[in-house]
Design a protein around this ligand. Structure first.
Ligand SMILES: [Zn+2]
Length: 340
């Protein structure tokens, strides 16, 4: 997956002025906490910030050249230590990731057993636990014991979407820093520069990516615009064609469960755009489809567009509550097909 830029340290973080300021201030004062908790969307730079802390604390060049004018919070990116950390081969950088949808207690036990030993070569070790909200309760409690008596020269960084996803006792042991969603403008330039999409398509993906570089990149790489165009073509037909056509659409969707969430989102934004186009067309999300949206907005009533959004939400809710997917989609298709 492409990255926004390849600067070695905190400079590579985008739209995160406050988090970077807080981390640099702690580094400068030499008052690093034993644990950080970085919250925010995926793809906003939480892991990059953690790795940059490890680099800054261990950079050989920064330490040698440290004086009044150069603080140790800017890793050089080229010394032996920085290079090993970038390559993922530094023996004192420990990263725990979920196995599937869970972080198991064995993973945390293994981490703690390694941290009980002396560091190999680092002045400060990093123990990064990604998606810490996916720790089960046994794993959380095991980690908590270590956070209560942290090993020397180790900085823990936990990442999560929000503090409420973690045990309050874990949160209270960490210095919490929230990472902002990436601005649409930055996301759009990232897509144009890295993937060569045109400005209109880039703006649509930027608006739908929820402030995340990772999500935006995944959307481009999975041909999201093509999928969106297909969904929109289908629902345009739904309003004009037979009930058989509606049911064929729900059948196709039910066979593509992996991107049902995306399909629902695309449909909701489509009907939202139809409503918005009536009052302030400059605010539609699917800007590259302006003409098509205006054409549909001319034919549809606000009530029908809003009732379609309601029907989509109902289908989503029913599927979350384990209703039969095909039945929920059939009901949705019939409802959208229904009278204006
Ligand atoms: Zn360095």
């Amino acid at each position: 997956m492409k990255t926004f830029n390849s600067a070695p340290g905190f400079d590579s973080l985008v739209d995160q002025e406050r988090p970077v300021r807080l981390i640099k201030a702690a580094l400068c004062k030499g008052k690093m906490p034993s644990a950080f908790l970085f919250t925010g969307q995926n793809g906003t730079g939480k892991k990059t910030a953690a790795i940059s802390i490890a680099k800054a604390c261990n950079c050989i060049s920064a330490r040698q050249s440290f004086n009044r004018d150069s603080t140790p919070n800017a890793p050089c990116g080229t010394c032996r230590s920085c290079q090993k950390i970038s390559a993922g081969t530094h023996p004192d950088i420990h990263i725990v990731r979920p196995l599937g949808t869970i972080i198991k207690v064995e993973q945390i036990r293994f981490l703690c057993s390694r941290l009980a030993l002396k560091p190999n070569e680092a002045s400060v070790r990093l123990a990064l636990i990604e998606d810490a909200h996916l720790m089960n309760s046994e794993a959380s409690n095991t980690l908590l014991k270590t956070l209560e008596e942290p090993p020397e020269t180790t900085i823990f960084v936990l990442t999560a979407h929000q503090t409420s996803d973690l045990l309050p006792t874990i949160v209270s042991r960490c210095r919490h820093i929230h990472f902002n969603p990436i601005s649409k403008r930055r996301l759009a330039s990232f897509i144009i520069e890295n993937y060569g999409l045109d400005a209109n398509e880039s703006n649509v993906i930027a608006a739908m990516a929820g402030g995340s570089f990772t999500k935006a990149a995944a959307m481009v790489e999975s041909g999201w615009i093509k999928k969106r165009n297909w969904v929109i073509e289908q629902i345009e037909f739904l309003s004009n064609n037979s009930i058989q056509y509606s049911l064929a659409f729900s059948e196709t969707l039910s066979k593509n469960k992996k991107w049902l969430t995306d399909a629902f989102y695309i449909m909701k934004i489509w009907y939202r755009d139809i409503v918005v186009a009536k009052f302030s067309p400059e605010n539609i999300v699917n800007k590259d489809l302006l003409e098509k949206i205006q054409h549909n907005a001319f034919r549809a009533t606000v009530d029908k567009a809003l009732s379609n959004i309601g029907a989509i939400e109902l289908a989503e809710q029913n599927i979350i509550s384990n209703a039969n997917v095909r039945t929920a989609l059939d009901a949705l298709a019939v409802s959208i097909f229904g009278e204006n």
